[in-house]
Design a protein around this ligand. Sequence first.
Ligand code: 13P
Length: 262
Amino acid sequence: MASRSPHTRIPLVGGNWKMNTTRAAGLELSRAIAAAARANPAAEVAIYPPFPYLAAIAELAAGAFRVGGQDCSAETSGAFTGQTSAGMLIDTSCSSVLIGHSERRHGLGETDAILTRKLARAIEAGLMPVLCVGETLAERESNRAHDVIDAQLRGSLAGHPEASLANLVIAYEPVWAIGTGRTATPDDAAEAHRTVRQTLADLYSARFAERTRVIYGGSVNAKNAADLFSHEEIDGGLVGGASLNAADFATIIAAAAARCQA
Ligand code: 13P
């Protein structure tokens, strides 16, 4: 295990439910997550349920964990059928939002130019933005992972001053590891996280880079979480499939909390 620097980054575990669960199953899962979050106060927990369930889950959470949207609009309000504004998320007791998940970058063609505007709306509303970056398998195999991560960060953060990014979280999610059962090794993930911090230091300041949480996503599960989170560069995880299983997600939360005691 790498030695721990005396940073004060609070570990964060996000559960991205994607387009899964029903209202009843989501509420049941949320009760178990609230108990796990309360039992592990050293870690911060955030859940990103489907939009229709946000209000009910935010009410149930009662502050035990953050509730967030899986996306928000680049617009504030108006004739944008099907979109949800950052202000509406706040109005639904959400406190966070995912921006630029690869399933939106690659599945829906969201560009950095759109994402920088979504980020602006999230910040204006007062949400904690979790900006997702990560390379595809082809990009990794052609040794372009570093350049892709750097370019995504520069593109998505364009025009945002350091002072507006105090709550920013970066999620490194290599596309080849999402939902595939193929996890980046802790060393691979840590190397990518160092790339993230280099870019943040270059764009802003070394202090900002050191303070900003960088979490890993891509087939995090109950078995590999402790190993990943033991690395000083990895401040927690953004979890898909395993966040739908209460026992597995509780184990992942406990692994993140244990990072503080290590
Ligand atoms: P999996 O954990 O299912 O690989 O999904 C990761 C993810 O996309 C989280 O946002």
